[in-house]
Ligand binder design. Structure first.
Ligand code: TYM
Length: 329
C-alpha cells in the first residue's frame, strides 16, 4: 500500500470548513486505500506562543475532531507529533541542509511573521523544515493538503533530493495530493482571501454553535447581480459557496447551478446554512463523545504514537548512519 502522511495544527481548537474540505476530507478517503499517518502537530503550534492549558486541551479537541470526522484508528495511524521524538531529531538534520535564503523564500513565513505582533521566533522561520521531517520520516508517497502547503511540499522534495544526492538514497520524494476543487476555500466575508483563523472575518468553524455558523453563511458576501453561476473570477463569493455546497453534499457544481436557476442568492445561502447545520450537528455530538472519555482518547493516541515510532525510528536510524553518526550501542 502506498503511504500518506499529513498534519494539522491544534492551535485554534476548532477546525474550519477550509481545513475540512481542503484536507481532512481527503484524509478520510485515503485511509481506505493507503497506509495512512495523520498527526496533530503540536511542535508546530509552539512556533507562536501558546498557553499550556489551552494547548493541551486543543490537542485533544483536534484529535477528537479527526475521529469525529471519520479518521478510523483501525485504518489510519493517528498520533500527536511530540509523542514521536524523531520528528524533532530529523528536523534538526534537515535544518542543517537548508539554506537561509531558501527558508526565507517561504511565503507562509513572510505572511505569518508580518502578522505577528510579538517577537518572531526562529521556530516560525524553520517551521517548514520540521514539516519536511514529518513527511520524510514516513517515506510518504502522497501528502494530502490544501493549496497553501504546496510550497512547503516543494521544499520537502528539495531537501529529500539534496540528502539523497549527498549521502545516498534515503528518502522517498513525496508528492502533494491537492484536490483542485477544494484546494482553497475562501473567506465568506472576503472571498478573495483564503479562509483562515488568523484573519477570522468570515470563517465558519466546525465546533461553533451551528446557528451562528449558518448565520455566517447567510450573511456571506455575494456579488452584485442575481444569477447563480460558477465564475470564480467574476463571482468569487457565489462560486465559493457553490464549491462548499457541492463538497458537503456530493452534488456537482453544475447540478447545483441548474437546481438554482431562477432562484436568488438568499435561497442558496439559506439552503447551504442548513446543509452545514446537518453536517456539523452529528460531528459535534461525536466530538463531545470522544472528549467525554479523555483516557480512551489518550489511549488511541498512545497506540498511534507507538505505530508511528516504529516507522519513524527506522528512517531516522538510516539517516543518522548515512550522516556518519556513531551507533549509540
Ligand atoms: P494547517 O493546520 O494550517 O491546516 C491544515 C490543513 O488544512 C488546509 N487548509 C485549507 N485548505 C483549503 N482551503 C483553506 N482555506 C484552508 N486552510 C487550511 C491546509 O492546507 C492543511 O492541509 N503546515 C501545516 C501542518 C503540517 C503538515 C505537516 C501538513 C505540519 N506538518 C506535514 C502536511 C504534512 C499547516 O499549518 O496546516
Amino acid at each position: 500500500r502506498p503511504r500518506v502522511l499529513s498534519g494539522i495544527q491544534p492551535t485554534a481548537g476548532s477546525f474550519h470548513l477550509g481545513n475540512y474540505l481542503g484536507a481532512i476530507r481527503q484524509w478520510v478517503a485515503l485511509q481506505e486505500t493507503h497506509d495512512a499517518f495523520y498527526c496533530v502537530v503540536d511542535l508546530h503550534a509552539i512556533t507562536v506562543a501558546q498557553d499550556p492549558k489551552t494547548l493541551r486541551q486543543n490537542t485533544r479537541v483536534s484529535a477528537a475532531q479527526l475521529l469525529a470526522l471519520g479518521i478510523d484508528p483501525e485504518h489510519a495511524t493517528l498520533f500527536v507529533q511530540s509523542h514521536v521524538p524523531e520528528h524533532a531529531q530529523l528536523g534538526w538534520v534537515l535544518q542543517c541542509l537548508t539554506g537561509f535564503g531558501e527558508a526565507g523564500r517561504m511565503t507562509q513565513f513572510k505572511d505569518k511573521s508580518a502578522r505577528q505582533e510579538a517577537q518572531v521566533g526562529v521556530g516560525l522561520f524553520t517551521y517548514p523544515i520540521l514539516q519536511a521531517a514529518d513527511i520524510l520520516l514516513y517515506q510518504a508517497h502522497h501528502v494530502p493538503v490544501g493549496e497553501d502547503q504546496r510550497q512547503h511540499l516543494e521544499l520537502t522534495r528539495d531537501l529529500a533530493q539534496r540528502f539523497n544526492t549527498r549521502y545516498g538514497k534515503t528518502f522517498r520524494l513525496p508528492e502533494a495530493y491537492i484536490v483542485k476543487d477544494t484546494a482553497k476555500i475562501f473567506d465568506l466575508q472576503d472571498p478573495t482571501s483564503k479562509m483562515s483563523k488568523s484573519v477570522p472575518t468570515g470563517v465558519v468553524e466546525l465546533l461553533e454553535d451551528p446557528k451562528r455558523g449558518a448565520k455566517k453563511i447567510r450573511s456571506a458576501v455575494t456579488d452584485t447581480g442575481r444569477e447563480i453561476v460558477y465564475d470564480p473570477a467574476g463571482k468569487a463569493g457565489v462560486s465559493n459557496l457553490l464549491v462548499i455546497y457541492s463538497a458537503l453534499t456530493g452534488r456537482t457544481v453544475d447540478e447545483l447551478v441548474a437546481a438554482y436557476e431562477g432562484k436568488g442568492y438568499g435561497d442558496l445561502k439559506k439552503d447551504l446554512g442548513e446543509v452545514y447545520t446537518d453536517f456539523v450537528t452529528p460531528v459535534q455530538e461525536r466530538v463531545r463523545h470522544y472528549l467525554s472519555d479523555v483516557s480512551e482518547l489518550d489511549k488511541i493516541l498512545a497506540r498511534g504514537a507507538e505505530r508511528a515510532r516504529e516507522v519513524a525510528a527506522k528512517t531516522l536510524a538510516r539517516a543518522y548512519d548515512r550522516l556518519g553518526f556513531l551507533p549509540a550501542g
